[in-house]
Design a protein around this ligand. Structure first.
Ligand code: PLP
Length: 393
């Protein structure tokens, strides 16, 4: 029977029936080690009993209430997010793209309210902010943008990790009023920003009265060992976007605001039907509480270091391996050549990973990953990388 699904995704030949922890079972009867976690979504792994219970309980009470009415679960989750981030307001949506759409609209409104009617946002080369039309315009991937012109104007892409490039863009375009960046680029190939750079961007935004908007959709919610990756630089953005790991698998996005971004959105400025319904908010709260009660941030840091060090030592001196990098459980192995076939080879070895920026093997395992499971990733992945390099000189 031919598939009725759109052909948008180039899918690998496996289908899953169920999961437990870091493991997924295929309909082929095989067990796979999930080192991708739905691209950073399943922060608690699969079928975590606390998350399953929370979703079940909430579904029995009420799943959805219109945003025209008060939803107590939204407030409880917002209080928690505010406490963790130091920001002061939360707007919910249903995905990372939507969270960033909210941030983009907010920057424009912030400009409008301050006499800057055509606010421009500086974004980064190799960044990823989503696939809707505005987030695509913000995204620094010409490949993803190709074929979708005209995209909205008002975005200026500059080199990542280069404060001079931001300064120059601000001089050339006086309507700039915000900088949007990832502190650790995910789709961009697991590329971290330098701590000094992040501090300098914060300072520059303060000097110019710009919004610093940090996209933590992939790097947030404990993945790097802190709640949000920018906390490694000890800075606070004015706007932060979240999604992926926040819901542990239920679709939720969030745009958090503080500093000069607080109070910009007024009733009627923005909205959503599904964003932050009681089901997803209760699930997300349970994710945050479980990450805390089970010490999973510390686990991500400790097991992530072991995984990174283990990969680096097993691949040391291997011709074709450029670098093992990243932080916590957001890691990449960069090769010196395109390595798309590795995803399928790893699947055959019972391991889920993916390839970003053509040359980077990406690992985003659930934050419940144990040391022995990390060792198992190394045991499965290293021979695959070596085999690939031997077969494709
Ligand atoms: N921002 C970042 C940093 C991402 O990595 C992604 C997705 O990979 C997005 C935004 C878009 O999120 P979504 O696919 O949920 O729309």
């Amino acid at each position: 029977m031919s598939s009725a699904l759109s052909n948008i995704f180039a899918r690998l030949p496996v289908s899953f029936s169920h999961g437990q922890g870091v493991w997924l079972w295929g309909t082929d009867g095989r067990r796979y080690l999930d080192a991708l976690a739905g691209i950073g979504v399943n922060s608690l792994g699969h079928a975590h009993p606390k998350l399953v219970a929370a979703i079940t309980e909430q579904a029995q009470r009420v799943i959805h209430v219109s945003n025209l009415y008060e939803v107590p679960q939204q407030e409880v989750l917002a209080q928690k997010l505010v406490a963790l981030s130091g920001l002061t307001e939360v707007f919910y949506s249903s995905s990372g793209s939507e969270a960033n759409e909210g941030a983009i609209k907010l920057a424009r409104l912030y400009g409008y309210r301050n006499g800057n009617n055509h606010a421009h946002i500086i974004t980064m080369d190799s960044s990823w902010h989503g696939r809707t039309i505005a987030t695509l315009a913000a995204t620094g991937s010409p490949k993803a943008r190709e074929g979708f012109e005209p995209l909205p104007s008002g975005f200026i892409q500059v080199a990542y990790n280069d404060i001079g490039a931001i300064e120059k863009a601000g001089k050339d375009e006086p309507r700039v009023n915000a900088v949007l960046l990832e502190t650790l680029q995910g789709e961009g190939g697991i590329r971290p920003a330098d701590i000094d750079y992040l501090k300098a961007v914060r300072k520059l935004c303060d000097e110019r009265g710009w919004l610093l908007m940090i996209d933590e959709v992939q790097s947030g919610i404990g993945r790097t060992g802190k709640w949000f990756a920018h906390q490694w630089a000890d800075i606070r953005p004015d706007v932060m976007t979240l999604a992926k790991g926040l819901g542990g698998g239920v679709p939720i996005g969030a745009t958090l605001m503080g500093g000069r971004a607080a109070g910009v959105f007024k009733p009627g400025n923005h909205g959503t039907t599904f964003g932050g319904n009681p089901l997803v908010c209760h699930a997300a709260l349970t994710v945050l509480e479980t990450l805390e009660s089970e010490g999973l941030l510390a686990n991500a840091e400790k097991v992530g270091e072991r995984l990174k060090a283990g990969l680096a030592s097993a691949l040391a001196g291997v011709q074709g391996v450029n670098e093992v990098r990243g932080r916590g459980l957001m890691l990449g192995v960069e090769l010196d050549r395109n390595c798309g076939p590795i995803a399928r080879m790893a699947l055959e070895a019972g391991l889920l990973i993916n390839i970003t920026r053509d040359r980077v093997v990406r690992l985003l395992p659930p934050l419940v990953l144990s040391e022995s499971e990390a060792d198992e990733i190394i045991a499965r992945l290293v021979p695959v990388i070596k085999q690939f390099l031997a077969d494709s000189p």
